[in-house]
Write a protein of this length. Structure first.
Length: 359
């Protein structure tokens, strides 16, 4: 596979070095970013849903299974059939592109692992380099908000892009629940500011400071059929008795999510991608996470990342009083139960301790 340096696609270093944000990206904590995570460029080939297919029929992919800072592209074979099947729906494109479509469709994985890479690529690559992204609703929405000046090419799982021009790609530098790279918080902080700026002139807020965010809105793509809390109705009843509203993040745009959070101070949610939405909270919040038996204390890692991104947190409580519906179930997203009386008693104790007798 022929590789060449990507210098001709990079924005001029001298003018950009005058901007503090760019200087922070290239020399943050003494690390030269362009040496830490390489940008590769190749001439021609096919961008598929499963990776970049070179003209000598090798499939190149940035692996999310390897440690952060992995420096070289990965040649894989297990997805070659998926790549070849997509050729039937190929279309031809012109101009240099950044192959940024090799991402999980999962909301949290995209925000944590892939959006920071797009953010840095936007700072590094020339403005006329288009971004190929996965054609998933939240990915397209986030990319349009964050990179309004850049040409975006959404790609479905059934099509591929044929080009004779330059294709740029790069390995990930952040892994979900891995060591936090400073650029990750920088990227998420920038997205947070963009979203909050969109609602700054909207006076809407919530008088009730307490809310429970579920994750099983049946009108949304995520129907809650996986990692489902089987006695959620009992939890809802207990929370309602303590004055908690019930809301969802699914089916909301990012500005709508920010408005949903405005005025909220005590938030209860289930372990999962819901917690990432707290990125758009603009006041101090206290978080209560109902853990999944296979996901203990995920809120600690996510909230640490969000705090570095600008979110203000009060107390964080993770409730581990949960068990699997099938004790021997090995599937990570298996249905589960919660000890609602115990969790409600602990939560009530917190509210009383903080002198919150009512919402």
């Amino acid at each position: 596979m022929k590789m060449k340096k990507a210098e001709k696609l990079l924005k001029p270093a001298r003018p950009l070095a005058d901007h503090m944000r760019f200087e922070a990206l290239t020399k943050h904590d003494g690390i030269d970013y362009l040496n830490y995570t390489k940008f590769f460029a190749a001439e021609g080939g096919v961008i598929t849903p499963a990776g970049y297919l070179t003209d000598n029929n090798q499939l190149v992919y940035e692996s999310t299974q390897l440690s952060a800072g992995y420096r070289d592209p990965v040649v894989v074979t297990e997805h070659i059939d998926v790549a070849r099947e997509s050729l039937a729906g190929h279309r031809t494109i012109d101009g240099a592109v950044f192959a940024g479509n090799f991402a999980w469709g999962n909301y949290q994985h995209f925000l944590v692992e892939h959006f920071p890479l797009l953010f840095v690529a936007d700072k590094v690559l020339a403005d006329d380099v288009a971004f190929v992204i996965k054609d998933v609703g939240h990915i397209v929405e986030i990319a349009r908000l964050a990179f309004p000046h850049r040409r975006l090419i959404p790609l479905t799982n059934k099509e591929s892009l044929l080009t004779t021009d330059t294709v740029v790609f790069a390995p990930l530098f952040q892994i979900n629940f891995g060591d936090m790279h400073p650029f990750t918080a920088m990227a998420l902080g920038a997205l947070r500011k963009i979203v909050l700026d969109q609602i700054k002139d909207n006076p809407a807020t919530h008088a009730n400071t307490r809310v429970y965010y579920g994750r099983n809105n049946t009108s949304a793509l995520n129907t809650g059929k996986t990692r489902r809390l089987l006695n959620e109705e009992a939890l809802l009843s207990a929370l309602a008795g303590m004055g908690f509203d019930h809301d969802f993040f699914e089916d909301k745009t990012l500005p709508e999510k920010a408005l949903s959070l405005r005025g909220r101070k005590d938030i209860v949610t289930l372990a999962g991608a819901n917690i990432m939405n707290l990125l758009f909270a603009d006041g101090e919040i206290s978080l209560h996470v109902i853990d999944h038996p296979h996901f203990k204390n995920p809120g600690q890692w996510i909230c640490s990342l969000l705090a570095r991104s600008g979110v203000s947190f009060g107390p964080l409580y993770c409730y581990a009083q949960t068990w699997l519906d099938q004790p021997d179930e090995k599937i990570d997203n298996a249905p589960y139960w919660a000890d609602v009386p115990t969790i409600a008693r602990l939560m009530k104790g917190y509210l009383e301790t903080t002198n919150q007798t009512g919402a």
